[in-house]
Design a protein around this ligand. Structure first.
Ligand code: PXG
Length: 297
């Protein structure tokens, strides 16, 4: 079914939505984006996602021609026009239309697109029995090449890793940084559990600082579980009791094998399941209401 998308000031049917072939987002991946979720008619952590969008844009010197409050309003309005109470939102801001050279000075106006649709990243079954993961040979781009903190339209590094996962019949690929430390998955953050404590790579190692990651750190601490942000190797992961990934699209997904090794007893573990339950509670109560009746439920 066709959805409503926002494109440069107009709401259009997503079937008919177009951007120029000269758009530098298309030609060079020059732009930034976000992935946001709507649960029960409320947008989860809208302010945090929009703040990250503007931070990504700032680093690549892309001036978004509207203040963040206006972007928040546009996002909510696009969801409202779609009428979906549970959905995935994809705001994209590209450098805009230019010529065939890379020079961004040739692009006078950014392109702003907001897409709203459904998303399911991994099969339902994977959440029940757990995800299979491999470590990619492709390393994360280092922060001095293309900082992973910037959620840019350049996803080829991560896509190369995901293709490795596909070739191995795995659901996801784990990525290491150039020094060999654990960073994150191709499109999700990674956590492991050992002796009842939770561990996740620190942002300075070169990861996208996920909004879901931050929410899980918060939830864990609220539950009285120790959560550490540090530097970990594959050995730490192979010998963990439990593992899970986090992302807006993926939510919390238990990981039960990594590089052919079972993690713990090879089943989603108790700490993971507890955090999944607490995350479900959080999305049932938090968020910016889209529809008038959303606060009533
Ligand atoms: N790391 C990377 C590299 C990501 O792209 C996350 C972590 C999780 O961040 P949030 O803020 O969502 O908790 C992401 C975001 C896909 C897909 O199709 C996934 C993302 C973005 C775009 C597409 O799998 N994940």
């Amino acid at each position: 079914m066709s959805q409503v998308a926002y494109v440069n000031g107009a709401f259009v049917s997503s079937d008919q939505a177009t951007v120029s072939v000269y758009d530098h987002g298309f030609l060079y991946g020059d732009g930034v984006f976000e992935g946001i979720r709507v649960y029960h008619g409320r947008v989860l952590r809208l302010r945090e996602h929009v703040a990250r969008l503007y931070e990504s844009a700032r680093t690549i010197m892309l001036q978004i021609p509207a203040p963040p409050e206006e972007m928040e309003r546009l996002i909510v309005e696009t969801v409202r026009r779609n009428g979906l109470r549970d959905a995935y939102i994809r705001p994209v801001v590209s450098r805009g239309r230019g010529d065939l050279g890379i020079d961004p000075r040739k692009c006078p106006a950014p392109t702003i697109v907001i897409i709203v649709d459904k998303i399911q990243l991994y099969p339902e079954e994977a959440y029940r029995v757990g995800l299979k993961m491999i470590t990619a040979t492709h390393r994360k781009a280092s922060a001095d090449a293309l900082n992973p903190r910037v959620k840019s339209l350049n996803y080829l590094n991560q896509i190369m890793a995901r293709m490795e996962a596909n070739l191995h019949g795995a659901n996801e690929a784990l990525m290491l940084n150039a020094q060999g430390y654990v960073c994150e998955c191709s499109a999700d953050n990674i956590f492991h559990v050992k002796n009842g404590e939770v561990f996740t790579p620190a942002p300075h190692l070169g990861i996208l600082r996920g909004v879901t990651r931050d929410a899980v750190i918060e939830i864990g601490r609220d539950l009285g579980v120790a959560v550490h942000e540090g530097t970990y190797t594959l050995h730490d992961l192979y010998t963990a009791d439990e593992m899970f990934l986090t992302g807006t699209g993926a939510e919390l997904g238990p990981v039960v094998t990594l590089d052919g090794r079972s993690i713990g007893d090879g089943k989603p573990g108790p700490v993971t399941n507890r955090l999944i339950g607490a995350f479900r509670d959080l999305v049932a109560h938090e968020g910016t209401p889209v529809f008038d009746e959303a606060s009533v439920r």
